[in-house]
Design a protein around this ligand. Structure first.
Ligand SMILES: C[S@@+](CC[C@H](N)C(=O)[O-])C[C@H]1O[C@@H](n2cnc3c(N)ncnc32)[C@H](O)[C@@H]1O
Length: 215
């Protein structure tokens, strides 16, 4: 999806976004953020922060930089009650406007399945995080079950073009995390790879913990 289309989709979907997520893709965020084992004084990238569903899970003493293309999504995130120190920035995950090694850790919820080039987005996250940084990912993904994959193939075009509900959330229904984390040759170590398999092709996902293993 082009940048303008992403902004338009999420600006239009911002107010309803959490209701949709909580109804269809409600997953507790605390275990995701806890997996980063954050310490006070550390700085974390939340990519892309959206309406801030991860934000209440960050502990006090940690600084979080939430980036997103959609100001309206971040307007919703600004309403969250949080313990951590949060700042927001409009930024494109495919070209992050931060120097190398800016962050101690990163988290990403339901985002790599919506970006045009997830390999590039993860590469950018690796560039701006330090070597050894933990990266926690929760996302929709392609099932490993060929029968479910057939249904995901059927919804692929509609999910990308029309979204669900229409126009509000658009994603790659065939988001392939095996390709991204095992075959992309990015400098990562996979510490945790939990798949959420479901007979409903909309509800397959994964929770991952990666270590940035760049030199
Ligand atoms: C499905 S929402 C996920 C939001 C949040 N992380 C969550 O867990 O609910 C995807 C978000 O990614 C943002 N986004 C999509 N493509 C992006 C890009 N290239 N750069 C930055 N943000 C992007 C959208 O604006 C939207 O807020």
């Amino acid at each position: 999806m082009e940048v303008a289309k992403i902004i338009d989709t999420y600006d239009r979907g911002a107010v309803d976004y959490e209701q949709i997520m909580l109804h269809y893709w409600h997953i507790e965020r605390q275990p995701l953020i806890d997996s980063l084992q954050l310490n006070p004084g550390q700085t974390v990238l939340d990519a892309a922060v959206g309406t801030g569903l991860n934000l209440p899970a960050y502990p006090q003493g940690v600084s979080v930089v939430g980036v997103d293309l959609s100001e309206k999504m971040m307007d919703e995130a600004r309403k969250k009650t949080v313990a951590a120190n949060i700042t927001f920035k409009v930024a494109d995950l495919l070209n992050l406007d931060f120097p190398d090694n800016s962050f101690d850790a990163a988290a990403s919820g339901f985002t790599l399945c919506v970006v045009a080039d997830p390999v590039r987005a993860l590469d950018e996250i690796l560039r701006v995080t330090k070597s050894g940084a933990l990266i926690a990912i929760l996302d929709y993904c392609k099932s490993r079950n060929p029968e479910i994959q057939k249904w995901q193939e059927l919804i692929f075009d509609a999910a990308l073009e029309l979204g669900f509900p229409t126009g509000k959330i658009k994603w790659n229904a065939l988001m392939d995390y095996d390709e991204l984390i095992y075959n992309s040759k990015l400098p990562i170590e996979v510490l945790q790879d939990e798949r959420i398999e479901n007979p409903n092709p909309f509800l397959c996902g994964c929770q991952l913990l990666l270590r940035n293993s760049k030199d």
